[in-house]
Structure formats: structure tokens, C-alpha cells
Design a protein around this ligand. Sequence first.
Ligand SMILES: Nc1ncnc2c1ncn2[C@@H]1O[C@H](COP(=O)(O)OP(=O)(O)OP(=O)(O)O)[C@@H](O)[C@H]1O
Ligand SMILES: O=P(O)(O)OC[C@H]1O[C@H](OP(=O)(O)OP(=O)(O)O)[C@H](O)[C@@H]1O
Length: 339
Amino acid sequence: MPVPVPIPNQIAPFHESLTAMDLFSELNDRLLFAVPKKGRLHEVCLEFLAGADIQFHRKPRHDIALVKNLPMALVFLPAADIAKYVGRGGVDLGITGRDIIAESGYDATSSTVTEGDGKTGDIREVLPLHFGRCRLMVQTPIRSGIADPRDLIGKRVVTSFEGLAQTYFRRLEAEQAGVPLAEYTAPLRTTIEFVSGSVEAACALGLADGIVDLVESGETMRAAGLQAIATIVESEAVLIANQRSRFPDLVAKIHARIEGVIASRKYVYINYNVERGLLDQAKVITPGRLAPTVNALIDSDGVAVSAMVLTADVAEVMDQLKAIGATDVMVFNISNCRV
Ligand SMILES: Nc1ncnc2c1ncn2[C@@H]1O[C@H](COP(=O)(O)OP(=O)(O)OP(=O)(O)O)[C@@H](O)[C@H]1O
Ligand SMILES: O=P(O)(O)OC[C@H]1O[C@H](OP(=O)(O)OP(=O)(O)O)[C@H](O)[C@@H]1O
């Protein structure tokens, strides 16, 4: 069981002039939170940190930043390495893609904690973050006519996700041989080759018969004359924690704050005036999360109504309110909330 470490109310004064040695000793008593240092997930992660009031100053070329208002430090790492760092316990919390967690060999949905450097449950998925959505897919050139991943068995596949591609084709090969996967020991017949980026170029450049790579809009795939023929992982960015973190209270605090940021991005706050006789219709259009707030308007038969509305639905909701005769319809962003 991890020993709970109380969260101090007062953080030691923050010194921007810490030497590298001081910095390492400062880290001993702090939760470490890994954030992608660049790439697709970086910018939104910074928005989440700001929304959760995690204040830090990152000096140029420094990958570690002490947090000013909480006993934690941010470590800026390549997204592809974050699951490994959180899984091995040096880092308590991290944000990365589910694809990366799976490629690193972890099952973040399992609650089993293994001993030592085990890979089953060292990482716990704390919270899906609803961004960085994409799919890891098997793709082939449209002109090749290969539309079934089994037709790639024995051929060349290029990918940045070597582990997942090997596991996927091993399963296909075991199925084809009619042997249960657990008993299948034959060497892999499909050649899986690693490249670090621009994977879609591999077929056109004669390196591969098919690829395994991420697809979001599909534009990169189509531009390369490829088609998707199977999905290996459905991915999105997630908050992960090491199950043995020494700072369970602080993990819970950051979890709650980031949950608040997600809710604040998911909802907007709407406010409008409507005649009292139309209130029942208005309540159907803006039921709120629990119920709308209704206030009387002084010297008027009208009421002011406010409610949380799904950001994705707000334009439609405004149209409907206008159609029943609501006036002064205003929409406000929610900077943070706890729901
Ligand atoms: N097109 C995409 N749409 C949505 N999420 C994506 C997309 N591409 C990648 N991701 C997510 O972001 C993670 C990091 O990918 P990205 O390629 O940005 O990282 P990187 O290799 O660190 O950056 P870079 O490509 O700039 O070197 C992926 O593992 C995946 O979870
Ligand atoms: O379906 P789409 O919306 O086109 O997105 C998919 C592309 O995005 C990622 O690459 P990225 O742009 O990060 O560059 P990379 O090839 O260097 O990894 C991914 O590897 C695909 O190539």
C-alpha cells in the first residue's frame, strides 16, 4: 500500500535560480507529472495544466519545471516514452495516448498490481481526456487490391508501432494455422519493420506492402493512395497514474481538477429571458444537468433562465430558444467547474 503523503498548505518558496543539484533534491518530495514535450498532444496538455491552475515556469531547454503552487514538478518527455516512465514508477502521473500505453506493453485498465517491473497493472488509467482521438490502422495501397489484413501475412509491414503490429500479425498467423495463440510458438512470418515517422511513404517508396499507422481525419492516408483495412487500437489521450505513487492524495486532487477542466470544456452556460407561460417549453430545450435555474424578472411577467448546455449542442439550442420567443440569449464559457 502506498503511504499517503499529506499535501502541505504552504509550499516551500519557489527559487528560479536553483542549480541542477538543488533541483534533483527538490524533486524527492514532489509528485512528478509527465507531459508530452512536443507533437499533437502538447498544446492541449498545456491548456489542461492552466485550467487546473498548475503554475510553473519552464526555462528554455529545461525538461523539468517545478510547480509553484503545488508540491509537484512537471517533466516534459516525448509522448512515446511517458507510459514507460509512469509504469516504472519514477513518474507518478502522465498524459499520453492509449496507443502508446498499449505499445509500451501495459494494460492500464487492469487493476492488478504486479511485483517488480511487471507490466500488467503498474499503470492505472485515471481519466480519458477526450482529445487526441485517432485509430491505429492497418493500411494498404488502394492499387494493391489487398483489402484483408490476412493477405499481408508473409509480406512486409512498416510501422512506428512495432510491438502492436507484431502482436496483431502473430494473432492472425496463429488463427490461420488453427493453433490457439497461447500455444503458437512459430516465428513470425510477416516482416515488421520500424520507421520513426512519415510511415505512409513506405509503400510508395518500395519498403512495404502495407503499413500500421495512426489515422485521424484520413487525409494523410488518402494523400498517399492508401486505404484502411483493419483497426488495431482506438486511441485518445488519457491521464495515467502509477499505482504505487507515494502521493495518492495529490493524484486524486489533480484528477479532480482535470475532470473539472474537461467538464468546463464540455459545457457552456446559457442565460436567456422568456415569458413565464413559455417556461415549460424552455425547460425542455435547456433541462440543465440537474435542472435550470429560474429567476423572476422585476416588473415583468418574464423569467430569466440559466442552465449548462453541451458545447456541441449550443447553436441548435439557441435556434430553438429563439423560435419559442426567448430573448437576450447569451452564452458564456465556463473557465472551470466541479460537477
Ligand atoms: N493525427 C492525429 N490525430 C490525433 N491524435 C494523434 C494524431 N497523431 C498522433 N496522435 C496522438 O498523439 C500521440 C503523439 O503523436 P505525435 O506524432 O504528435 O508525437 P511525437 O512523435 O512526439 O511528435 P512529432 O510527430 O512532432 O515528432 C500519438 O501517439 C497519438 O496518441
Ligand atoms: O488522419 P490524419 O488526420 O491525416 O492524421 C494522421 C497522421 O498524423 C500522424 O502523423 P504526424 O502528422 O504527427 O507526423 P509523423 O508522420 O511524422 O508522425 C500520423 O502518424 C499520421 O501520419
